[in-house]
Design a protein around this ligand. Structure first.
Ligand code: GZL
Ligand code: ZN
Length: 369
């Protein structure tokens, strides 16, 4: 479908949807309309990455889609910082494949916001049919989103959120990060059953909505427990090296902690390495409770083994939702302003919880990623 026409339809669709709130379309359950993240904390540039920014992948030649024309999609991906991200990337590459009728321009923006902004500008110059953005940070998106809208290119904000006027993009999809943080806190309160908590938090990448949301959600529950203290909270940048580095510094400064919250599995692996090296025990039989996020396969293996006590899922298999939006737009249909990707929490064997599924080999074997 001609871009301009899609652009016009999109504006109509957006208006219709916004007025109707989250439409009662056949889309998966939509979260409350108000999902823009809390105002981003002071964002600093992400620490300089050592690996060179990935060269934009050559787009594959594509077979015509059912409608007879190839749909060109640009995807400005966060980077390659974690196992979760790798699963998310593979899901997009599998979904927007040449045999499915797409020409995917995939760019790994290497956790660099400036690279990601220029990548989106490049997609606009190439006049792609659709642009997907998994924003490295929430702030700093208004200008380039306006440029995409002026060019009549629908933009899908995926996985993470942007702190921009929703009228500047077609739709957003992803998990409710605040709910994930609250799930972790609610489980901890249930598990501690009134016991004191001295908590260390290894946050995700600075300025990312996943970091902001999980921190906000968890702190909402901390505020409800007067005998909980967050001793410190530092960014491990969603990487294993970052998790280890932060945990090593925490161990130097604090000796009385009994809970470590890692905002993704790779940070948890690093934190475990640091605690092993310091002779600190963790898990269901240890002195320290580890809470993690992502529930990737390895993260759930550690949960099954009782090393990670609680793991809050964030489902990376989101490309199908993005494709659903694009198919609707191609068909001239309206799309929801927001699509919630459901997730749940998991706990180590032997623990029953109102907030989480108890891990078993069967649960692990049944996982899709
Ligand atoms: C969450 C996603 C986060 C994961 C991390 O939706 O944005 O980014 O929790 C990843 O593993 O780096
Ligand atoms: Zn999630």
């Amino acid at each position: 479908m001609k871009k301009k026409l899609v652009g016009a339809l999109m504006c109509v669709a957006m208006t219709a949807t916004m007025l109707a709130g989250c439409g009662n379309s056949s889309e998966p359950t939509a979260a409350p309309a108000e999902t823009t993240p809390a105002a981003p904390a002071e964002t600093q540039a992400a620490p300089a990455e050592t690996t060179p920014a990935e060269v934009p992948a050559e787009t594959q030649t594509a077979e015509p889609a059912a409608s007879g024309e190839v749909i060109t999609v640009g995807f400005a991906q966060v980077g390659h910082e974690s196992d979760w991200r790798a699963a998310n990337t593979k899901n997009y590459q599998d979904t927007f494949s040449a045999e499915n009728g797409y020409e995917l321009s995939f760019v790994d923006c290497d956790n660099d916001h400036a690279v990601q902004i220029e990548t989106v500008r490049g997609f606009i110059e190439q006049e792609l049919d659709y642009i997907c953005i998994a924003p490295i940070q929430s702030a700093g998106w208004d200008t380039v989103l306006q440029e995409a809208q002026d060019a009549g290119i629908p933009v899908l904000i995926v996985d993470r959120a942007v702190d921009a006027d929703p009228s500047l993009y077609t739709t957003a999809l992803g998990c409710d990060m605040v709910a994930e943080g609250e799930a972790a806190g609610n489980w901890l309160a249930e598990y501690l059953n009134g016991e004191d908590a001295n908590i260390l938090v290894i946050e995700g990448s600075v300025g990312a909505s996943a970091t902001l949301g999980r921190t906000e959600g968890f702190n909402n529950i901390v505020a409800q427990n007067s005998n909980w203290t967050v001793l410190d909270s530092q960014s491990g940048d969603f990487t294993q090296a970052g998790g280890q580095e932060v945990m090593e510094s925490f161990i130097k400064s604090y000796s009385d902690f009994n809970v470590v919250v890692c905002q993704n599995d790779n940070e948890a692996y690093g934190a475990m390495d640091a605690m092993d090296a310091a002779g600190i025990t963790y898990g269901v039989d240890g002195d320290v409770i580890i809470i993690s996020f992502d529930a990737t396969h390895d993260g759930l293996q550690y949960t099954l083994d009782g090393k990670i006590t609680c793991n809050v899922e964030c489902n990376p298999l989101q490309a199908g939702f993005a494709e659903g939006v694009i198919k609707k737009l191609e068909a001239g249909e309206t799309v929801d302003a927001w699509t919630l990707v459901e997730d749940e929490a998991f706990v180590a064997p032997g623990i029953t919880s109102d907030y989480a599924v108890t891990m078993s080999q069967e649960v692990l074997d049944g996982r899709a990623y």
